[in-house]
Design a protein around this ligand. Structure first.
Ligand code: SF4
Length: 303
């Protein structure tokens, strides 16, 4: 592997900086500020925060995934590890059994490290932590052990966009690819549907920090992503995700070369049936319009 594409965590591990980052990450849990919600409770003493996860890893499922964006999948798939719990509370969540109802199993750090190495041994092109931020200290601890065991594929942080800058600074030099959602441009739907009125501001700041760390998405000669940011944006019915304003901001404030997946798959799940305005799929016109806005801004669109 050329130095150009060596995962960032290798040097961070070699210099001892990763151990220091792990210690900082755990100290953030003492008055939890791992995400934008800032619950300020002591998770190390077992106090429950919004995400309801303590200090042990909780995993829902794992394995090669071929349904992710094409630069992540290649021939052998993206090595997904789905974390239990979530720092958001989206009332339309498609994975609410995992994120809100807590489906999953308690792991040890060692078992998670072995899982990471097993997934790599299957040929997966990356380790893709899905909804990871509220479990960040335990993930970093497992990555540290996995590096000793030969981990050498890019680490993906596949998150909701509601990350604190303090937490992201710890991830600097560990994460190769950020894959944040950007859910809402405006505070009102963020409050109503995800219980996070400050989501737009927190997510805008988070995306800026992520891009500062890893830049635009870079692929190798096989077309496999090695570094950078890939943004996901789910189009909600009735323009509630604020796509037009968001893609304009993304192109102008982050980069016109940002890789973005404008997602069409919204369907009413969980409690969405209680909200008539989002109790439907989006129309073809809504989706085409959203893509056209992104194209007009010159962004790199996933197929
Ligand atoms: S990670 Fe969990 S406990 Fe910590 S601030 Fe976020 S929601 Fe609260």
């Amino acid at each position: 592997m050329s130095d150009k594409f060596q995962p960032k965590y290798i040097k961070t591990h070699e210099t001892g900086a990763l151990k220091e980052k792990i210690s900082r990450a755990y100290s953030l849990m003492e008055s939890c500020r791992l995400c934008g919600r800032n619950c300020n409770i002591d998770r190390l003493k077992g106090e429950p925060g919004f995400c309801k996860i303590g200090k042990e890893p909780y995993i829902s499922s794992s394995g090669p995934h071929h349904g992710e964006e094409s630069p992540l999948v290649g021939r052998f798939g993206s090595g997904t590890i789905f974390l239990t719990g979530c720092n958001l509370g989206c009332i339309f969540c498609q994975n609410y059994d995992i994120s809100i109802l807590g489906e999953g199993s308690k792991y040890t750090i060692q078992k998670l490290a072995l899982k990471i190495l097993y997934i790599q041994s299957l040929g997966c092109h990356n380790i893709n932590f899905v909804t990871p931020t509220h479990q960040m200290p335990m993930i970093l601890s497992a990555v540290d052990i996995a590096i000793e065991g030969g981990l050498n594929v890019p680490v993906i942080w596949n998150c909701g966009g509601y990350e604190s800058i303090e937490a992201l600074e710890i991830l600097d030099g560990v994460v190769d690819i950020y894959m944040p959602d950007f859910k809402y441009w405006d505070d009102t739907p963020a409050r109503k549907y995800s219980n996070t009125p400050d989501y737009p501001e927190v997510a805008r700041n988070a995306l800026k920090e992520m891009h500062r760390q890893v830049g635009d998405l870079v692929v190798d000669d096989r077309g496999i992503a090695q570094r950078g940011i890939l943004v996901r944006h789910l189009v909600l019915p009735g323009g509630l995700s604020g796509t037009k304003d968001f893609v304009k901001w993304l192109a102008r404030e982050i980069s016109p070369d940002t890789y973005i997946n404008i997602m069409s798959q919204y369907h009413p799940c969980f409690k969405a049936h209680d909200y008539p305005e989002i109790d439907r799929r989006i129309t073809g016109d809504e989706y085409r319009e959203a893509r056209m806005w992104a194209v007009n801004e010159g962004l790199r669109l996933d197929k």
